[in-house]
Unconditional design. Structure first.
Length: 169
């Protein structure tokens, strides 16, 4: 799956890793594996990726930088895919939501995950002890604010960015 992602500051990835350490029975993401998806683009081989990236770059033309903030940990009781529950860092960003909506006009939204169902977040851990997850999301988290001044085209199959776009695009 290819997507357009928001690169995360180290303060966010460190926070996610620290919280995940408190959920030893859950599937945790390692440092450097945390993502914030702005919009999934689709699957395909290298030729398909080249087309998706070109369409994505066109859709991003004129996109300004925007602000984002991790405001705390929350919980998806039941995941759309994969193990539940899902502990995540909630991301507040009207600019990201606006970008997502604009990209949904160019790329079909993934049902149940995008469009009106879109919740900007960074997954901390999946599955494991529900009570431990519930206790974790009750904790106060020091907010992390940053300016999103670039986006990354991301290859989820290889868990790595393919290219980047500086904002404003």
């Amino acid at each position: 799956m290819y997507s357009i992602n928001v690169p995360l500051p180290s303060a966010v990835t460190s926070l996610a890793a620290d919280l995940a350490a408190e959920l030893p029975l859950a599937q945790r993401r390692g440092r450097g594996e945390h993502t914030l998806v702005a919009k999934r683009l689709g699957d395909g081989d290298h030729a398909a990726y080249a087309r998706l990236e070109a369409q994505g770059r066109e859709a991003l033309r004129g996109q300004p930088a925007f602000e984002a903030e991790v405001s705390g940990a929350e919980l998806f009781e039941t995941a759309v895919t994969g193990p539940s529950p899902v502990v995540y860092l909630a991301v507040e960003s009207p600019g990201l939501v606006d970008l997502h909506e604009r990209l949904c006009g160019r790329f079909d939204p993934v049902e149940g995950m995008e469009g009106e169902a879109y919740v900007p977040h960074v997954t901390v851990a999946r599955g494991g002890d529900r009570d431990a997850a519930a206790r974790l999301v009750e904790r106060a988290v020091e907010p992390v604010r940053w300016t999103v001044d670039e986006l990354a085209f991301y290859d989820a199959d290889r868990s790595q960015p393919v290219s980047r776009v500086s904002l404003p695009a």
